[in-house]
Design a protein around this ligand. Sequence first.
Ligand code: PDD
Length: 287
Amino acid sequence: MSRIVFLNGSFLPIDEAKVPFMDRGFMFGDGVYEGIGVLNGRLVDNEAHLERLERSLKEIQIPNPYSRAEWTRLEEELVRRNNMTEGFVYFQVTRGVAERDFFFPTDARPTVAMFTQAKSIANAPAAEAGISVITVPDMRWERRDIKSINLLAQVLAKQAAKEAGAQEAWMVQDGYVTEGGSSSAFIVTKAGSIVVRPLSNAILPGITRKSLLQMSREDGIVLEERLFTVNEAYDAAEAFLTSASNFVVPVVRIDGRPVADGKPGPVTKRLRQLYLQMAAGPALAAE
Ligand code: PDD
């Protein structure tokens, strides 16, 4: 069965879904996106993702084409049409199609494109064994809180990681870790508290980060929302990352150095477990 995608009001086989040449997403990267994890056929933290979408659109002055209920219906329909039980739903909204000109077009309608990617999240081997990261300079613009489709700095950062045999890049500004190329970055101190950079324009407000912090509070884990340096990360008891497409993943090497004994630590394992339970949904978690 061919993959079904959603484009501007229609569900179509992917080969039939065409975006016009002059789309401002293609020409200027003039748009924003969201990505939502799916487990047991269920969208994880969808409301919070839609809330972040509303904010991203507002910040760049693109009208939101759908209500939250409409977005949810489209996402669920796409998951259903692709028979996807586990993976990722991606969608983007661009300013639409217009002759190339920097000023906002007056008569364009936003382009909406949505697709699914089937993928194993709960039993992904990397999530069990842990991954390696490298650190790279953060070369991005000053509004990283907007989930812009402009991802060139992240593409270069993650490619550098791949070439170094690592799976993610942690970006660094003024000696402090900002975040991963496509994930939020955390360390655990020797005293067992979680350290994560506070929200600002310097990082994306990760939805998985938000849920995880909530769960940690409820679990009695001490949180320190503050900046941390690369050296502090090298020296940490544990490190991990979060994202909608991977949930919670242990980081066991940073720039080739093992984090503690180079194995996933107990705090990270517990948080991964808690997040998986939440993501699995109330009925399944209770089994
Ligand atoms: N990336 N930071 C950046 C720069 C990201 O691109 C992402 C998500 C995150 C984590 O946010 P969330 O928990 O809401 O997924 C942090 C997605 C998964 C992607 O681009 O594929």
